[in-house]
Design a protein around this ligand. Structure first.
Ligand SMILES: Nc1ncnc2c1ncn2[C@@H]1O[C@H](COP(=O)(O)OP(=O)(O)OP(=O)(O)O)[C@@H](O)[C@H]1O
Length: 353
């Protein structure tokens, strides 16, 4: 039966090198959580620790009320789906799927029935007698998925399962994985470096950097309310403008950029603003205005690009080059003077790094 996973204060080393630091993660029963981050940030190491292929230096791993921390891998009963499929080349598709059941002593008749039912669910009934060598990448990954699911594991883990597939198949397969995972209600951990994949498939995502979790939240919160400048940059906030408060008047705050551009911001709209902060905005979060009285960062517009829904400008300001979007109805020429006006619900006030 599926179980909740609780990872607490996990630290891990390869030799003398620390690769994970004080990592905590909880995955609710039936939830799908992704670990997302650049190459080398420790995603696979986290998975290996949970699977039991690696021992942590300190910390604990629990599945339901069972302590897995020092349990050998084969006793953890976790379903695994890898990037390279890891199918047995000399076994038929049916026998690959039934392998885990055989290991668990399930009788041949029952084994075949369950393996065939699972193949039906991943749409591969016709290929039961084939060898893996005669399958496409997508078909191989479906067999690997069926093989992992058929044992009804308490926890299912995926390590970059779609990386070897072409773009269209990746999108189709991630929908299939999500549907099967939901239907079975299997608690799952999914490793990927692809933000779109993680956000589309997960209930929650842990964004990792250098062996630590930078933020663990729903895709919506990560996208709209990054908790720090690392996550903001990761989810596409192109403009990170360091600012210092120069005056406060009730909820109204006056702040200046490094180059001395002044901006008035209301705490009623932005929330509490500390004395030193970073204003984070995507291009959509800085509106280009030619109104001389607008409350914005003065800018000289540079290159204009047509995005379909807006014009995007490279803009030179005292705080450096920023990227801002302007309306389609009034395209502006390079050299035009404008103000870049923060759009409150599309900007975040963050602590400096
Ligand atoms: N067997 C090993 N021995 C020594 N160092 C290792 C070993 N495996 C991984 N590392 C190092 O540990 C760090 C984390 O690696 P890990 O494989 O967990 O990253 P990752 O986020 O999964 O990366 P990728 O997306 O490239 O698979 C990296 O700096 C890596 O070089």
């Amino acid at each position: 039966m599926t179980q909740a996973l609780t990872v607490q204060n996990l630290t891990a080393h390869y030799g003398a090198t620390k690769v994970l630091e004080d990592l905590s993660l909880s995955v609710g029963k039936g939830e799908l959580v992704s670990l997302l981050g650049a190459s080398g940030c420790g995603k696979t190491t986290t998975l290996r620790l949970i699977a039991g292929f690696l021992e942590p230096t300190s910390g604990s791993i629990r599945l339901g009320d069972k302590d897995l921390t020092r349990l050998p891998a084969y006793k953890r009963d976790i379903g695994l789906v890898f990037q390279n499929y890891a199918l047995f080349p000399h076994l038929s598709v049916l026998d690959n799927v039934g392998f885990g059941l055989k290991q668990r002593g399930v009788a041949p008749g029952d084994r075949e029935k369950r393996a065939r039912a699972m193949l039906e669910r991943v749409g591969l009934s016709q290929l039961a007698d084939r060898l893996p060598g005669a399958l496409s990448g997508g078909q191989k990954q479906r067999v690997a998925l069926a093989r992992a699911l058929v044992i009804e594991p308490p926890l299912l883990m995926f390590d970059e399962p779609l990386s070897n597939l072409d773009a269209k198949l990746r999108v189709d397969m991630r929908v299939e994985i999500r549907q099967l995972q939901r239907a079975n209600g299997t608690t799952s951990v999914y490793v990927t470096h692809d933000q779109e994949e993680a956000f589309s498939i997960s209930d929650r995502v842990a964004i990792m950097n250098a062996g630590r979790i930078m933020q663990f939240d729903t895709p919506e919160t990560l996208y709209q309310r990054p908790a720090n400048t690392f996550v903001a940059r990761f989810v596409g906030f192109e403009n990170l403008v360091p600012m210092t408060v120069s005056a406060r008047d009730g909820a109204e705050v006056t702040a200046v950029t490094d180059g001395g551009s002044q901006l008035k911001l209301s705490q009623d709209r932005f929330g509490a603003i500390p004395d030193v902060f970073v204003l984070a905005a995507r291009a959509d979060g800085l509106a280009v205005s030619t109104d001389a009285n607008a409350e914005g960062i003065p800018a000289t517009l540079g290159l204009r690009t047509y995005l379909g829904r807006a014009y995007q400008y490279q803009a030179d300001t005292a705080a450096g080059q920023l990227i801002a979007n302007g309306s389609l109805s009034a395209p502006l020429e390079p050299g035009a003077l404008a103000k870049l006006v923060p759009v409150p619900d599309q900007c975040c006030v963050l602590k400096p790094e």
